[in-house]
Write a new protein. Sequence first.
Length: 318
Amino acid sequence: MNRLLGVLLQHKRNIYKGYWYQKLSFLLIKRNTPEAVIIKSAQDLLEKKIYPNYDEFKESAEFFLRESDNEFFSTLGSKWEPYFEKKIRKPLSKRLRSLRGTLCARVKTAIFENFSNMLPPISNVAKASEIAAWKKKLAVSNCFRKLFEKIKDDENDTYMTKIIKNVWPKKKNIPNLQIAWAISISEIFLNSKNEVIKMSEEIIQPALARNLRKIENEEGFEYESDSSPTPQRPVSPERQKDPEKQIEPERNKGKKRIIEVETLRKNLKKSKRKVENNEYEGKKNDEYEGDEGEEGEEGEEGEDEEYHNEIVNIESEN
């Protein structure tokens, strides 16, 4: 009897040990999963790079992995790169693409919100002929011309600064890169010489490099009536490596100076207009979680999605 009792007690101890072994293993696996690293890295890259290269992806992931668990990173040694390839690279790229897509959709929504009834609607999946017809409308051309003009009822803001404020309602210090990106999307979206409404890296990069240079050099933003269209086809890998090579020469004709960058920055630092019911489809957008765009496409919100001139509530980003 005593022997049987001893066997039962030992069996119970083994079960107890097995339970805690499984529990400890689960906690170790959870600690070493790169999910938190991916979230932080993607958010950081969205602010500092937007379109990072392979090395920048890896450097960012390494920084946040070291920050979250330097002991674990140290154990990887020469296995760090295989670990990055297997566990981080693809989900990080996917996450960043999703953030860009959602942020791009915010910019487009803010364009329609601020131009209101002045801007006619357009489907996000409209055919090329429908997009061309929409961009040829006088109303769309007028909105493009007004992009950097002061709003009549608000002398402190231009339409572009209002758009930026709506995209980041509570963010105090918006990175220059993100400001340039929002400006580039707005220009491409409204410019009749650009035959697209969906955005991709190849389409945005030339305008992004040009607009970022303007901000950093404190140049003025202006309506360019004779601006050349943004490239519609992917550029060569050599040109992708050097965005400056994609920038078109400055043109001096047909331009009207509208706004100085210094004014743009000052206006953005002023108190932001509150957006009612700061929610966007009930999603938490602190990390811009939203519908994921296809590879190379930003802001693909759905097959029956239509951009319109009704106000859409957007959750703020601190």
